[in-house]
Write a protein that binds this ligand. Sequence first.
Ligand code: ADP
Length: 315
Amino acid sequence: MDHLRLYLQGDDSTAERLREVLVREGFHLVDPREPAPASARIMVELEASSPRDTARRIEDLERSVLELRNLDVAKSQFLTNVSHELRTPLTAIVTYGEILRDGLLGEIAPRQREAIESMIGSCRQLLGMIEEILTYARTNAPAIDIRPADLPLDEVVETVREMNASLLERKSLRFGCELADRLPHACADRDKVAHVLGNLIGNAIKFTPEGGWVQVRATAAGQPGWLQVEVADSGIGIDREHHELIFREFAQVDASRSRVHHGTGLGLSIARRFVELHGGRIWVESRLGEGSRFFFTLPSMEADGAPAAATDPGA
Ligand code: ADP
């Protein structure tokens, strides 16, 4: 029995999905006999009874992967087009709503103002979801890159907290931020980190009932040259069997029509992509009914201000 070794570029979740597909296709995977070379992020070793038959099946798989990739590009293009088309009229509705609310077209009664406020609120919620879909489509573009710079995490956490202040207040949630003493700055892209924190803190607020808490912590306690950020909440929690699933595109634990919480199911997959672009990783520790703790890692600045070496701390 021959062993066939495949070396590929990709992240942990891609490796996991690739293994699932290969097993589904009837390949027998074996534990690698040697570690993968540094240039390859994924190594899969297969048992091959007949090398020619295996080569043919791998060619078939390659063709399927290419077809899927083309479909994926078409899906992203479709999402971009539809989102753009929806964004323009929605923005106009918000603008006219604000003109009406502010009485620029004549006096309005308090109950009319309330109705217009709630119309504007719903439109803004829709616009937020459309923005997320557009970010997702952009995130999938092959040319996406990051601009790492000296980034003090406390500033980003504060910006995200301010953006969520009214939601925190409405649900009477306590918000805490605890950064380790003399925490080095991150060497990271400000917008991308703000997006990741915005998603994690937004979810923590969304899935925590009134009167609970949301806590952000950051330490440099793990691998040298890396920071670990945690967003914890006292909310509904997530069953173990969904811990990997929720990081996939469009995945939601409660996908029923009657679900209470709104969202696109894209936030965590975008967050994962942004963290992995920095060479870091993101994961969750949680149990149903016992709150959630989301973690991610980012490269830190070294003491002299030079970017630290970026190797995956989880590798
Ligand atoms: P969205 O929030 O738009 O549905 P996300 O990708 O951000 O999409 O999250 C995917 C799913 O993961 C959510 O629908 C929810 O089921 C679960 N989830 C995420 N964060 C939390 C949290 N803090 N507590 C409980 N469940 C969560």
